[in-house]
Structure formats: C-alpha cells, structure tokens
Design a binder for this molecule. Structure first.
Ligand code: SAH
Length: 372
C-alpha cells in the first residue's frame, strides 16, 4: 500500500474516536439530528411527543442554543442544555472583501481548532463554500489548506453550522452550497452524507440536492459512492493536468487514482446521473497552461458531458508557482472549444482576503500573513 492509499486510514480511526465521545454523552448532538432521532430523545426525557417537532423546527432555523427555544418550558430547555449537545460555531474573525463583498469566516471549534468558510453574492443568489475537514491530507503542492496536514474530520453538525452561522451573520439565506473549502470531502464520506441528507430533508431545510456541489481531488471510490447515493449532487473534479506526469507533480493522490482511471469513472458518473460534471483546472504559468496541454486535455475530454472551469492560480507563498497570463488562458479556452469542450475562465472572488480557492487555511494556527 502506498502513502496515498494509507492516507485513507485515519478517517476510520478519527470517526470512531468521535463516535466514542458522542456515545459517552447522554444525548446526541441535536444539530445534525433528524426528526425521528429528536423524537427518540423526547421519549427518553419523558416529554410529550409534540415537543420533538418544536425542537426540530428551532434547529432548522439555525438557532444558537437551547435557551432560545422559547416555546419549550424552562425546565426542558435546561435539561437539554445539560444533557444534549447543540454544536454552535462562533466567528473568531470575519474579513469582507472590498472588491466583491465576499466574506471569509474563521470559525472556532469546540476543541480549539479553527476552520474557514466563505460567503459569496452572485447575480443568481448567494452561495457558501464550506470546509469538510480541519486541514487536509492530500498535499497538493499549490494549495494552502494542506500545509499543516490533516488534523481531523468535521462532523455533519460542524458542516451544517458553517451554513447557519454565515446566515445568522449576513441575514441572507444561502441558496447554493459548495463543499470546496479545506479538506477532502470524499475522505469524510459518512459525515458528508449526513450533512447532505440533513440539508435536503423535506421536513427540514428542504434544499434540493442540485443546489450542492462536492469538489474532490479524485477519490475514485468516493465518486462512485456519491453517484450511487446522491446522483443529483453536482460533482467537481480538481483535475489540473492533462496527464499523469504533470498531475503527479501537482497532486500526490494521482499515484493512487491516475488520470485515465479517474476520467473513466467520471464519464461513467456523468452517464449514470445524466448530469454534467465540472473539471477544475488551475492554470499555472509554464506548468500546465501551454497549447500542448490544452490539446491533450481536449482529446481526453472530447465527447463527454462536462464543463471545464479554468482558474487562475491564487498564489500561495510556499508553492513558488505563478498564475498564467490572461493571453495564455484565452488560447487555452479556444483550443478546448475547437474540440467541442466547453470551458470558462472563472472569476476569482475574495482574492484580497485570501478567500479564494486554495487560500483557505487555519490562519490563526499557522500565523498566516496576507499575500499581496
Ligand atoms: N479537496 C477538494 C476540495 C478543496 S479544494 C478538491 O481537491 O477539490 C477546492 C478547489 O480549490 C479545488 O479545485 C482546488 O484544486 C482549488 N485550489 C486549491 N489551491 C488553489 C490555488 N492556489 N489557486 C486556485 N485554486 C486552488
């Protein structure tokens, strides 16, 4: 087993640790609980059944604490506060972009760790970009999030709360959610699934699965699972290279899941779900942005149901890579178009606050300085 396959191991270890901790408590974390689970808690507390719906409704509203559940008797609120958990995130820092009003949040977690999330406003509505892990084990050479390695998985409750906390702060409902912040969501599949199911629950928040995009560095078993369990969730693949030689240099995970196998699985995914998938491709000057790379990429993707997002590299101090010029990006997109592969040069939001892709990191922990 090579290094990258071994990287899957910690997930199980960390998950069982968290489960042990949760089991040690009398009642579960209600933030990510379904109505049935809350009904069980209500029975355990020997309360009338209708209380379950009331508690559930408050939690769907993104309420901060049990104390705020004003239609419950004070005694029940106190018992819940003592015996159950309700994960709540508070922002340690909020940065607002002067360019486009994008907001980057640094949220503190109960164990002292910190994660970042981003809120964006677009012509079509609002979106949130959330993290799925504290840190990341994938070691992509261009990305800031991975530099301290993986610290731990985020729970479903912590994912839900990133959305709630941004809504509480902005007063705006978030209509689209990208699981594209720090971490590799498909290596935290159990918690990701629970997060998606909770957000989709027709009795609760009732968001369409189509409003979600999960971005992955290309974990093949995870892509297959997502296609099977959540065929309507949008899939974005961080491809970033047309061949194994370049991809391996940028993304060590390519040793486990090489380009040809990855693309075959992605094509099968698009066929099965009938949904167009997105390939993310960061243009890095001299590394993957030349005409020959565009031609090779176009040959590989031609004829498949996909769209390519061309992204300018956001500089991360440690990597030494430089973003592509706009001229090279234009040539790249035109070469793809000639083979019938659609692409857009994506505008980067929040670049002045390091809210842009690949710039999310545990700033407070790493003592990160802004990149000018
Ligand atoms: N692990 C997942 C999600 C996190 S990365 C994944 O790999 O997709 C989210 C997106 O940001 C990915 O497309 C990633 O490749 C991109 N990204 C990372 N570092 C970047 C950088 N320095 N500049 C631009 N995009 C970057």
């Amino acid at each position: 087993m090579n290094k990258n396959k071994a990287a899957h191991k910690p997930e199980t270890a960390i998950e069982s640790e968290r489960t042990d901790k949760a089991e040690a408590r009398l009642l579960p974390d209600l933030r990510a609980a379904g109505l049935d689970e809350i009904a069980a808690v209500v029975r355990q507390l020997e309360q009338p059944a209708y209380r379950a719906q009331q508690i559930f409704d408050w939690i769907q509203k993104g309420i901060r604490s049990f104390a705020d559940m004003t239609n419950l008797p004070a005694d029940l609120r106190r018992r819940l506060a003592e015996e159950a958990e309700l994960t709540t995130l508070e922002a340690l820092k909020i940065q607002i972009s002067k360019i486009d009003q994008t907001r980057k949040y640094l949220f503190g977690l109960a164990d002292g760790e910190a994660i970042e999330s981003v809120y964006m406003e677009h012509s079509y509505g609002t979106s949130g970009c959330i993290s799925s892990q504290v840190g990341c084990a994938m070691s992509c050479s261009f990305c800031a999030s991975t530099q301290g390695g993986l610290v731990r998985q985020l729970s479903a409750a912590e994912m839900i709360e990133q959305v709630n906390a941004m809504e509480r702060d902005t007063g705006q409902p978030i209509s689209r959610i990208d699981v594209m912040g720090s971490g590799e969501p498909l290596l935290n599949y159990a918690n990701l699934s629970r997060f998606l199911e909770r957000m989709h629950d027709p009795r609760g928040r009732n968001m369409s699965y189509r409003a979600f995009t999960v971005s992955t560095c290309g974990i093949i078993p995870g892509i297959e699972a997502l296609g099977r369990d959540f065929p309507q969730v949008n899939l974005a693949i961080s491809l970033h290279a047309p061949n194994d030689v370049i991809r391996q240099q940028l993304m060590p995970i390519n040793r486990s899941y090489p380009v040809k196998e990855l693309l075959a699985v992605c094509k099968a995914h698009a066929d099965r779900t009938g949904r167009q998938l997105t390939y993310e491709y960061i243009l890095i000057a001299g590394v993957n942005n030349k005409s020959e790379h565009a031609a090779e990429l176009a040959n590989r993707l031609a004829g498949s149901l996909c769209h390519v997002n061309l992204i300018f590299l956001n500089p991360v101090t440690e990597s030494g890579y430089k973003p592509s010029s706009m001229a090279a990006a234009r040539v790249f997109t035109e070469l793809l178009a000639k083979k019938g592969v659609s692409s857009t040069i994506r505008k980067s939001m929040g670049a002045d606050i390091d809210g842009a892709c690949g710039q999310l990191r545990r700033s407070s922990v790493t003592g990160h300085k802004d990149i000018k």
